[in-house]
Design a protein around this ligand. Structure first.
Ligand SMILES: *[C@@H]1O[C@H](CO)[C@@H](O)[C@H](O)[C@H]1NC(C)=O
Ligand SMILES: *[C@@H]1O[C@H](CO)[C@@H](O)[C@H](O)[C@H]1NC(C)=O
Ligand SMILES: *[C@@H]1O[C@H](CO)[C@@H](O)[C@H](O)[C@H]1NC(C)=O
Ligand SMILES: *[C@@H]1O[C@H](CO)[C@@H](O)[C@H](O)[C@H]1NC(C)=O
Length: 146
């Protein structure tokens, strides 16, 4: 698989991490949920900087509530450039979360190095007893780099 973007780094995963100051005090809500009835109900999704800039880094804060207890195997960031194929980068989370738990996933990735239209998605997943993939959360947002 050809990796378009070199790094995906989960900076921190903590329910009460507030060391990262929001530079301008503006927290934008970007994008939309991409599965019905997710197990992890996203309540805010912030992307900094917004709008993204060419060859920049993006820091995403996906905050939500676990509607039921769940094991999260992976957090995956998918990137789609100019409606071509999707590229995914997976990070192992390997954590059990409890019903009602609020959580902030802080994810750093790259904006993209070519001008054009981008779709990013963040997916939480695990596998059921038959090894089928189960999506627990899916959030997408679009932007254009020029
Ligand atoms: C992530 O977003 C939540 C909800 O807006 C906020 O409470 C939290 O401080 C943010 N975390 C970081 C590291 O920005
Ligand atoms: C998910 O969050 C939205 C907005 O915060 C809320 O209106 C909705 O009731 C929540 N859904 C569940 C199943 O908790
Ligand atoms: C998650 O919970 C399941 C079921 O209780 C348990 O078998 C598993 O070891 C737990 N995993 C972790 C990483 O704690
Ligand atoms: C988790 O990511 C690994 C690669 O890092 C992959 O082999 C596995 O199938 C993924 N599982 C899920 C549930 O996405």
């Amino acid at each position: 698989m050809k990796a378009l973007f070199a790094t995906l780094l989960i900076l921190s995963i903590a329910s009460a991490s507030n060391f990262l100051e929001v530079q301008n005090g503006i927290e934008a809500q970007e994008g939309h949920q991409c599965i019905p009835n997710p197990t992890f109900n996203v309540t805010s999704f912030d992307v900094q900087p917004w709008p993204p800039v060419l060859s920049g880094s993006l820091t995403m804060n996906m905050t939500g509530v676990f509607v039921s207890s769940a094991y999260v195997e992976n957090l995956s960031v998918g990137t789609n450039y100019n409606r071509q194929q999707w590229n995914y980068q997976h990070r192992n989370i390997n954590t059990n979360f409890t019903k009602g738990q609020t959580y902030s996933f802080i994810i750093q990735t790259d904006s993209g190095q070519r001008s054009g239209q981008y779709i990013k998605e963040v997916v939480l997943s695990n596998q059921d007893h038959n090894n089928n993939y189960v999506h627990l959360a899916c959030w997408q947002f679009l932007y254009t780099l020029s």
